[in-house]
Design a protein around this ligand. Structure first.
Ligand SMILES: [Zn+2]
Length: 336
């Protein structure tokens, strides 16, 4: 028999007394709503979800030799490693470890974030709180999405352009006389963006103007050989074009002058730049160390699948599959 765990509902002053019909009704309604919002792990079906993710190896020593070791009080499968003797569960070392993030609430949080990121620009500034409410959960989301763009390879026709994002005021670099460095200096973070209209990638390239080397390193694993590259920086992207045998179509700023958005051949990537900037500017106070996390989140939301529920499914699978979270030893809630 599996013992149910339930967060204790705060006692009402009417508990254990003879209630009037009015009190009884209020009491019962309160309890129904409370129970809906705080289902036990078993009732929410989380044990089934968790147990369906069988670990591929022991999270402590990476041995693939382990055996089942009974269920815990929530019905979650325990395992014992035959090599190091440690006990673990499918959630050990993941963000769902030790129930710091209940899966049902995580799903709700993530669907809200996805909806928020994909909102049109006008709504962004009115919805700032969606991201700032839980810094801790946002960090976990960034951790889960770390590397999630790594396997994306754009093909056919690829639109590529760099954009810049200003370093936060206190981190800005100054000349010796105290004046700010101007132009595309180290006070501008260069973000490389490319899209083939099916998938989009956004990576930090470095500070200041991109170089042949930085653009090559950023995009070399993300564009299929022989693709058509539409861009406006012939020199900067020369190494990339040569090494991937790309068919380069370059437009100079003179070519693009005076064109409307719809006439502009770089419009597919320009559009991503402006939406991305509005998203980032809605959180202008954020720590720039998290910038790649925001870019990963943005890319995750604009890339397929477009359905929010399928996105959450993909995310939950990433949590269980993503061995990166294991590096964070402090997240190991359970040491047996
Ligand atoms: Zn082990």
């Amino acid at each position: 028999m599996v013992r149910k765990t339930r967060q204790s509902r705060r006692k009402t002053s009417w508990d254990n007394t003879n209630m009037t019909p009015t009190q009884q009704f209020i009491h019962d309604q309160h309890k129904i709503h409370y129970d809906q919002r705080h289902p036990s792990i078993e009732e929410a079906g989380e044990a089934g979800l968790i147990n369906s993710h069988v670990p591929s190896c022991c999270p402590y020593c990476k041995s693939s030799s382990f055996t089942k070791f009974g269920l815990d009080s929530n019905g979650i499968q325990r395992y014992r490693c035959s090599s190091c003797g440690q006990r673990f569960k499918p959630t050990t070392g993941t963000i769902f470890d030790s129930r710091r993030i209940p899966i049902s609430e995580w799903i709700e949080y993530c669907t809200n974030i996805f909806r928020y990121v994909s909102l049109n620009a006008d709504s962004w500034n009115n919805n700032k709180n969606a991201l700032s409410t839980s810094k801790y959960w946002l960090e976990k989301l960034f951790l889960t999405l770390q590397g999630s763009q790594d396997s994306i390879v754009l093909s056919d026709t690829v639109w590529l352009d760099e954009t810049y994002y200003t370093v936060i005021m206190k981190d800005r670099q100054h000349h010796e006389d105290g004046t700010l460095l101007k132009g595309l200096s180290r006070n501008q973070i260069c973000i490389g963006v490319a899209t083939d209209k099916k998938h989009t990638i956004c990576f930090i390239e470095g500070y200041g103007k991109p170089s042949q080397k930085s653009s090559y390193e950023t995009f070399k694993d993300h564009i299929a050989e022989g693709s058509v590259l539409i861009h406006d920086k012939e020199t900067t992207h020369r190494k990339l074009v040569q090494h991937l045998s790309l068919k380069s179509k370059t437009y100079s700023s003179k070519d693009l002058k005076g064109l409307t958005d719809s006439e502009n051949p770089l419009e597919p990537v320009n559009r991503i730049h402006s939406l991305l900037k509005m998203f980032l500017n809605a959180h202008s106070g954020f720590n720039r160390d998290d910038l790649q996390g925001y870019l990963d989140l943005y890319a995750f939301v604009v890339n397929p699948p477009s359905d929010y529920l399928e996105k959450v499914e993909k995310l939950i699978n990433l949590v269980f599959e993503n061995p990166k979270s294991l590096r964070y030893r402090e997240q190991f809630g359970e040491k047996t």
